[in-house]
Design a protein around this ligand. Sequence first.
Ligand SMILES: Nc1ncnc2c1ncn2[C@@H]1O[C@H](COP(=O)(O)OP(=O)(O)OP(=O)(O)O)[C@@H](O)[C@H]1O
Ligand code: SF4
Ligand SMILES: [Mg+2]
Length: 339
Amino acid sequence: MSRKILQIQNLTKDFPSKKTTVHALSDVSFDVYEGETIGIVGESGCGKTTLGRCIVKAVTATDGHVIYTNKEGKDFDFLNVNRKTMKTLRKEIQMIFQNPYSSLDPRMTVFDIIKEPIIANYPKLSYDKVEEMVIDIASKVGLNVTYLKRYPHAFSGGQRQRIGIARALVLKPEVIVCDEAVSALDVSIQSQVINLLKDLQRDMNLTYLFISHDLSVVEYISDRVGVMYLGKMVEFAPTTKLFEQVRHPYTEALLSAVPIADPDIVMERIQLQGEIPNPANPPTGCYFHTRCHYCQEKCKVEVPVLQMVSEEHYVACHFVKELKLKSILDYTQAENVKG
Ligand SMILES: Nc1ncnc2c1ncn2[C@@H]1O[C@H](COP(=O)(O)OP(=O)(O)OP(=O)(O)O)[C@@H](O)[C@H]1O
Ligand code: SF4
Ligand SMILES: [Mg+2]
């Protein structure tokens, strides 16, 4: 059994302002095992980036725990460690950001961009050693090492994302949070970068938290998937189970909008009613009740908790036992295929 590398427990993040408080993340819990890829999906504003930023401690969570277990089996709670310990732990957990255009400093050469984390963590390392580390990781991510003294503007979007990946990997971390890491790229470049991430995962034994609003990409890359709605985890399951035996009405609606490669299959798209509610003023009961096709009176008053419905499959819905939801499998069956 592989190591439980991260335990996210009741993670909560509020952003208070003078007038109101945005509840960006509410009581999110799941475990991450060494070497796996967890996909995190959900509409814009549901808290995906906040979850990633709380995990790498780019922002401090309001409540909860992020427990990292190192190779020696020692546990560290990111929310309770001192600055010095956090500095060493940070090397193990890195984040790759969405926009390869704005996340790289245009005044620094690519060599200096990749070098920066090494200097910050090992200021006394010899120049030769630093150069060796930069060249090693640059070639691993498929960058032409003779171009490293150039500036980011001389590189294409896909190459810039490779620079961001090299920078995140140069200290050989264990966990990478990829926040919409391929969303800004053309589809053909997207698949190159996704395959690169998969190869690096195998070669460097990396663990990924892969945040994306693109369910097709998440299905392709993830071992398990978490679906978020308004700061909460509403469904969490192994990828195949989630796509073939969907159990939460919100996931059902999201999946119904995923394009299917087979033109003979006609999916019935579930149109979500209304707007996403304001996370500063979430609905009572089940947060999804204002848009759910299956809503009943109980949903408006009682909060459903995330519970196990079958092996490794967790759902937060009062009527999970009664509902018969449609998944991709139902549409691929003969009677649903045209002609
Ligand atoms: N620094 C901040 N201050 C105040 N509110 C914030 C801050 N960061 C995020 N939020 C709010 O928290 C909620 C969750 O935002 P977050 O960026 O995590 O969503 P997301 O799922 O990543 O969305 P997207 O798909 O658009 O990237 C949103 O309502 C957002 O406006
Ligand atoms: S608890 Fe009710 S409103 Fe919420 S997802 Fe389930 S059926 Fe829909
Ligand atoms: Mg985001």
